[in-house]
Design a binder for this molecule. Structure first.
Ligand code: GUN
Ligand code: ZN
Length: 444
């Protein structure tokens, strides 16, 4: 006989996107579960019930409080799936909000010097520790993360992620061309170190940590690096490929002159075996119809980073086209080109950056949760609050932000979601849980 498990019952207003098996993005209606007095029951990190507190099942669960169940009062607050950030940079948190230029000059002025400092192990550890605290404080429970070229700094980042209890898909950046000296690797070393890190960390912390092969972008890659990277990625099933695609005009013209045989930037990646399930392409702004068709057919995912696109004036992602093509895509903060880590602010920017296309708050909520998880092929595991999934969730207090009316919790749920999208930021996050473990709690 095993010892009795403790059930944790979180009682509050549960809002979660509804998962529809086999539905593609086109036919999704962006529905959500809406339980005003809901109970989320968690055992050993897994969701075992999602019930209305007044239902018979809810009453049975509440009857166990004091014996096998512990009640966590989340009244006047929302219980939602944790937020999914499909693209951001750990080493860049020190450079947030330093702007004034387009991508390539911004990289040279602020980002490359900041990344070079990750050769110092103490610095790498200090910033990584801070980064994972910030992620949890922003309610992000799954993130796809760039580190730097440094093998040790990447190892340190994984160690800190594990200590923090974070769920991340992360990898060592690969750069062997057109880069400052301090950030230029030997191709073979870059490949060998990436392989060693993937073998050590992919699936670690009982699956919370996963590895992404991370060539920075076309500009800083030789053919040999991209080819070798494609071979490694394809030889290790379950690992990810994470890179930038088609962000700035100057970047695109450089890539087209470096790889003249390719029809497009995406076609270039595809020729090196870098498209397919579990590949994540940040930005993907200037894609054409053939590119979108390839994204859809190959099962690749796009990380739309509207705040960054505003900040660096890179252009406007074809949101409507991506949606109509049925492509897998979610949202990324792209810190530090995106100046805020809060996915609420990214949702707002996703709406604002479209000049003539309105995206409903409930759809943005889907993109920042289940949509992102599905794009990462993790939609069966996380992204919504459903029985059998891992308990990655946040407790959100909309009244923590000025500008949101005091009685907001009595408003229709679509209006609550609208307030979260247009006024929300990290101040709304009360608690963050990954696999049932409390990673962040706001000090009262
Ligand atoms: N393209 C290549 N590197 C980067 C980066 O660090 N940030 C952004 N936004 N785009 C990139
Ligand atoms: Zn980026």
């Amino acid at each position: 006989m095993g010892s009795a498990k403790t059930t944790y019952l979180y009682r509050g207003h549960i809002v979660s996107p509804v998962s529809k098996e086999g539905a593609d993005c086109q036919s999704l209606q962006y529905d959500f579960i809406d339980l005003r007095d809901g109970l989320l029951a968690v055992e050993e990190g897994r969701i075992v019930a999602v019930q209305d507190a007044s239902s018979l099942e809810g009453q049975i669960l509440l009857g166990k409080v004091g014996s096998s169940a512990v009640l966590v009062d989340c009244s006047e607050r929302l219980i939602m799936p944790g937020l999914v950030d499909m693209h951001l940079h750990l080493p860049q948190v020190t450079q947030t909000a330093k702007s004034g230029q387009h991508l390539l000059s911004w990289l040279n002025q602020y980002i490359f010097p900041a990344e070079a400092r990750f050769a110092e192990d103490d610095h790498a550890r200090k910033i990584a520790r801070w980064f994972f605290k910030e992620l949890a404080a922003n309610g992000t429970t799954l993130a796809v993360v760039f580190t730097t070229i440094h093998e040790t700094a990447c190892r340190i980042a994984f160690e800190e992620a594990e200590a923090a209890g974070a769920r991340v898909i992360m990898g060592k950046v690969m750069m062997d061309f057109h880069s400052p000296e301090a950030l230029t690797e030997k191709t073979e070393e870059s490949l060998a170190q990436s392989l060693a890190l993937a073998q050590r960390w992919h699936g670690a912390a009982d699956g919370l940590l996963q590895y992404a092969f991370t060539p920075r972008f076309g500009v800083t890659s030789t053919k040999e690096l991209l080819r070798g990277c494609g071979e490694l990625w394809n030889s290790l099933p379950g690992t990810y490929l994470h890179t930038h695609l088609s962000e700035a005009r100057e970047e695109i013209s450089t890539v087209s002159s470096m790889f003249p045989e390719s029809r497009s930037y995406l076609d270039m990646y595809s020729r090196f075996g870098l498209t397919g399930k579990r590949s994540v392409f940040a930005h993907s702004i200037h894609l054409d119809d053939q590119d979108f068709a390839h994204v859809k057919e190959s099962g690749s995912a796009l990380a739309h980073c509207p705040s960054s696109n505003f900040f660096l004036k890179s252009g406007v992602f074809h949101y409507k086209r991506a949606r109509e093509c049925g492509c897998l895509f979610g949202l990324g903060s792209d810190v530090a080109a995106g100046p805020h880590m809060s996915l609420f602010e990214v949702m707002k920017d996703a709406n604002f950056i479209q000049p003539d296309y309105w995206i409903e708050p409930r759809e943005l909520f889907y993109r920042a949760t289940l949509g992102g998880a599905r794009a990462l092929y993790m939609g069966e595991q996380v992204g919504s609050l459903e029985v059998g999934k891992e308990a990655d969730f946040i407790v959100v207090d909309p009244r923590a932000k000025s500008g949101i009316v005091d009685n907001i919790m009595s408003h229709p749920t679509d209006e609550i979601l609208s307030c979260l999208v247009f006024l929300g930021d990290d101040r709304l996050i009360d608690q963050t849980y990954v696999r049932g473990r409390l990673l962040f709690e706001k000090s009262k």
